[in-house]
Design a protein around this ligand. Structure first.
Ligand code: CA
Length: 394
């Protein structure tokens, strides 16, 4: 077996690899009749930005960030690219800190950090391909070789009988073998949400884990009242009960319910997560590698989570590029805390309509008994379908 693509003899000097190209593909796909709702509105389009970084050795890396596609593409090509052309992808931390230093005044969170996330993911893909190792090996190795996937779905369907449609969707996830699923709440009144939650719990039985996600729909008082009423349905976690800006509110909710509080998908960088962590604002941290700053920043967030003994379950929402990146992060997250038989962390597997998800890469992920294998090929282990990217670019 060839483990490394190159091994230096003691007298050889490492040659620098140089970034020669940075290309962003902003992808948009309208959903039409597949549109669905959540607490903040209706999702009528899926959009994401795939970034391809090329090098003078011909090795290319792929990354993704799924915020506003045109804006992220412009941030990648127009703002970040001039700062990284000619740099060595193996200096990924140096690149991250250099770019962030320039961006800090303009964007400590949001679009520019999302652009930097996609770039960083592509750099790690290149690093893995150069040394012939999957990214999780570069992150320190896999604590687990498969991901225990839960279904993210159960959004607000655009149909007349919402409850029946959601019960049917939940039963579909059960038939697919999922061990857990997540219901969106906050679109309707708390009374209707509770009625739907009750119906889904009764339909799927007590052996399947059920989480709820409010996407920031409540203030602390409303969220605590709802949480107390949801406890009877054995809700495993309550995600983003309050807006991420309301850290005190999150702490208040966390301290007034038996249900775990999850959050962090809107947060960025080690600095943003430092606040969630040192204030113990949630029980479960949900950083997204495509939002929070790429692998480089995820390593730092996970290290802080470990030091503070807080669970870390990545948020995942993009195409198979994002899924692959999240799988490498997931594999490398230590057991927090460590013990001889640690519980498996959950892996978010988005099942909501996204025509971009599968075709963005040639490789597909296969769900078997609620598990997905961690990619084992060099880098991210997925190959972007450039023809598809070109066809879907706006
Ligand atoms: Ca969420």
């Amino acid at each position: 077996m060839i483990y490394y693509t190159f091994l230096l003899t003691p007298n050889e000097v490492v040659e620098e690899l140089n970034i020669t190209g940075v290309k962003a593909y902003p992808l948009v796909q309208t959903l039409g009749s597949m549109s669905f709702g959540f607490s903040q509105g209706w999702i009528n389009t899926r959009q994401t930005t795939i970034v391809i970084i090329s090098t003078d050795e011909g090795i290319e890396g792929v990354g993704e960030s799924f915020g506003p596609a045109r804006a992220i593409a412009e941030a990648v090509e127009g703002y970040c690219a001039p700062m990284i052309l000619g740099k060595d992808p193996f200096n990924s931390s140096v690149i991250w800190d250099t770019v962030y230093g320039y961006l800090r005044m303009n964007s400590q969170k949001g679009i520019l950090i999302e652009a930097l996330s996609a770039i960083d993911i592509a750099l790690w893909d290149i690093k893995g391909k150069v040394v012939g190792l999957p990214v999780y090996k570069l992150l320190g190795g896999a604590y687990r070789d498969k991901a225990h996937a839960y279904a993210t779905g159960l959004y607000r369907p655009n149909v007349k009988n919402v409850k029946d449609a959601l019960v049917e969707e939940a039963l579909g996830y059960k038939r697919d073998g999922f061990f857990a699923m997540k219901l969106k709440i906050g679109h309707a009144s708390p009374e209707e949400d509770l009625d739907i939650l009750k119906a889904i719990r009764e339909a799927i039985g007590n052996d399947i884990k059920l989480m709820v996600d409010a996407n920031c729909a409540y203030d602390a008082t409303e969220a605590i009242s709802l949480a107390k009423q949801m406890e009877q349905y054995d809700v495993y976690w309550f995600e983003e009960p309050v807006p991420p800006e309301d850290i005190e509110g999150s702490i208040e909710v966390k301290n007034n319910t038996d249900i775990r509080i999850a959050g962090g998908e809107c947060e960025c960088t080690r600095y943003g997560f430092r606040e969630l962590i040192r204030r113990r604002a949630v029980d479960i941290l949900q950083p997204d590698v495509c939002i929070a700053g790429g692998f480089t920043e995820m390593q730092k967030i996970v290290a802080m989570a470990s030091a503070w003994n807080m669970q870390c379950i990545p948020h995942v929402w993009g195409t198979n590029v994002a899924v692959a990146a999240a799988l490498h992060c997931y594999a490398a997250i230590p057991n927090i805390p460590g013990k001889i038989n640690p519980p498996e962390p959950y892996f978010e597997y988005d099942r909501s309509p996204n025509p971009l998800r599968e075709d963005a890469t040639y490789e597909k992920f296969i769900l078997q008994n609620s598990y997905i294998d961690i990619p084992q090929k060099p880098g991210l282990g997925v190959t972007a379908n450039i023809d598809f990217l070109k066809a879907k670019t706006i």
